[in-house]
Design a binder for this molecule. Sequence first.
Ligand SMILES: *[C@@H]1O[C@H](CO)[C@@H](O)[C@H](O)[C@H]1NC(C)=O
Ligand SMILES: *[C@@H]1O[C@H](CO)[C@@H](O)[C@H](O)[C@H]1NC(C)=O
Ligand SMILES: *[C@@H]1O[C@H](CO)[C@@H](O)[C@H](O)[C@H]1NC(C)=O
Ligand SMILES: *[C@@H]1O[C@H](CO)[C@@H](O)[C@H](O)[C@H]1NC(C)=O
Length: 202
Amino acid sequence: MLPNIALALYGLLGFIGIASASPSLLGNYTVVDVQWDLPTNLSDPNSATISVLGTIQEAVAQMEAQYPGWNATFQNQQPSNATVSTVAQYDVEGYLCGKPWSWVGYYAVLDGIYYLRKVTSAAPKNGPGPGNCGRVSCGYKAAIYWCNDNGAEKELDSWNDIADGAQYVFDKCVDRDDKYAMVAGQVFYTDKWNVIVTFESC
Ligand SMILES: *[C@@H]1O[C@H](CO)[C@@H](O)[C@H](O)[C@H]1NC(C)=O
Ligand SMILES: *[C@@H]1O[C@H](CO)[C@@H](O)[C@H](O)[C@H]1NC(C)=O
Ligand SMILES: *[C@@H]1O[C@H](CO)[C@@H](O)[C@H](O)[C@H]1NC(C)=O
Ligand SMILES: *[C@@H]1O[C@H](CO)[C@@H](O)[C@H](O)[C@H]1NC(C)=O
């Protein structure tokens, strides 16, 4: 568990560090709602699921409002290990660091990755692209998107795959260009989807 004070500090750092924040993705991207099918009781494998829209942080807030205590159970979930995909294998085609994306404090990015690794229910799905993007995480001014560049709907194996993409960007881009403790970038997979890590007001 990351200390909230450090997160707040890194969020602030990100805020100070960026002159022109993008409120949403630029240029050729369309942002669509992300749907989460979440169990109403995380401790009960047979519990009903409900659908909520938004980032994972917004989804958790909606679950907490309807099912008090839900967040505490969610936070206590063991995060899945990195690279657990068993169904699909995703090959990296390329990546970029920085422009056109904006640098954000790395603790904030790690927090988003931890959130995504705790989601075990229904796989991420995104409508036809190209440039069809869902904002899956936004907290402490760090946004994580996944974008479908296929002409048809795309379904991934798990939310962990998006976390892996953000982690890839993190590993390749952190501290690049003298941006100490900052991350920004995008990773592209051969089967035409990508993950973006950027600064954004949530
Ligand atoms: C949008 O796509 C066009 C055509 O592929 C390209 O020339 C342009 O650079 C893109 N714009 C951005 C902001 O990515
Ligand atoms: C959730 O499920 C667990 C295990 O079945 C049960 O002990 C607990 O009471 C349930 N919580 C709620 C709020 O229904
Ligand atoms: C969920 O719990 C985390 C960790 O305690 C906290 O930072 C976050 O604000 C909580 N979210 C909601 C919606 O209660
Ligand atoms: C993650 O890996 C560790 C070490 O291999 C293992 O003990 C743990 O059970 C794994 N966690 C999950 C959620 O799969």
